[in-house]
Write a protein of this length. Structure first.
Length: 225
């Protein structure tokens, strides 16, 4: 079975998962964090080399402060408790997104996590935090304009936050919605899309296996015949 080398996940539905259980939204995010750790470890164990998780978009940053504070606490917990595990498993951490939009201590913790895991060779975990594809593309366009000459696709891609990372083969979105929500718009030009009605905290490792199986059955032609 052909395995995707790079899986990207839009982890949607934490809030609705919690609401249905009469729990605060923060409980959905907490459960989502557990799922995210389990799913990424499962993917790396299968042999997937890159996993990108959309944890916070630029647009999410205008959610109520109370919700953001809950998410930021989870990010702090994640970076404080999980770096050792990534290190032990040989996984390199890479943040994509605008760190200046985050509380400074989280920006620093995430940078420390990247530095500590930099030698990891088994796989790369990309966390999209404060990420927006249009923002990323516009920054690249502005850098290109400053350079004052036309660029090739490869030169342009090198100006994106995913420089050096192959494009996602499979993009999964949980939570029923069928849209890309400003995620990896350049990088997903030929990505296979998979939508699940399950809310993210309910999306199991077996669901990931099913998505990979579904991917393996597709024919990728990249516009050719
Ligand atoms: C979308 O669900 C999810 C988020 C905005 C946050 C994702 C965060 C995590 C999975 C956990 C923590 C992450 C890290 C990196 C430690 P939603 O809130 O939009 O759900 P809804 O659409 O049902 O309201």
């Amino acid at each position: 079975m052909e395995l995707p080398r790079h899986i990207a996940i839009i982890m949607d539905g934490n809030g609705r998962w919690a609401k249905k259980r009469l729990l605060p939204r923060s409980a959905g995010h907490r459960e989502g964090m557990k799922r995210m750790i389990s799913l990424s470890e499962h993917a790396f164990d299968l042999g997937v080399k890159y996993v990108t998780l959309y944890a916070l978009s630029c647009e999410n940053l205008s959610r109520p402060q109370e919700e953001l504070d809950g998410l930021f606490s989870l990010f702090r917990k994640y970076f404080s408790e999980n770096i050792a595990r990534l290190l032990q498993k040989g996984i390199r951490l890479k943040i994509i997104g605008d760190r200046s939009l985050l509380p400074p201590d989280i920006a620093a913790l995430s940078r420390k996590g990247e530095e500590e895991t930099a030698a990891g060779e088994r796989g790369t975990l990309l966390l999209a935090i404060g990420y927006g594809a249009r923002q990323e593309l516009l920054a690249a366009v502005n850098a290109a304009v400053r350079g004052g000459r036309e660029l090739s696709q490869a030169e342009f891609a090198a100006l994106l936050s995913t420089d050096g990372i192959p494009d996602p083969d499979l993009l999964i979105r949980t939570g029923k919605e069928k849209r890309l929500s400003n995620f990896l718009l350049w990088q997903s030009a030929y990505t296979e899309l998979y939508f699940s009605d399950k809310m993210f905290p309910a999306f199991t490792n077996a669901d990931l296996d099913r998505a990979i199986e579904n991917y393996a059955g597709r024919e990728r032609r990249y516009g050719k015949i």
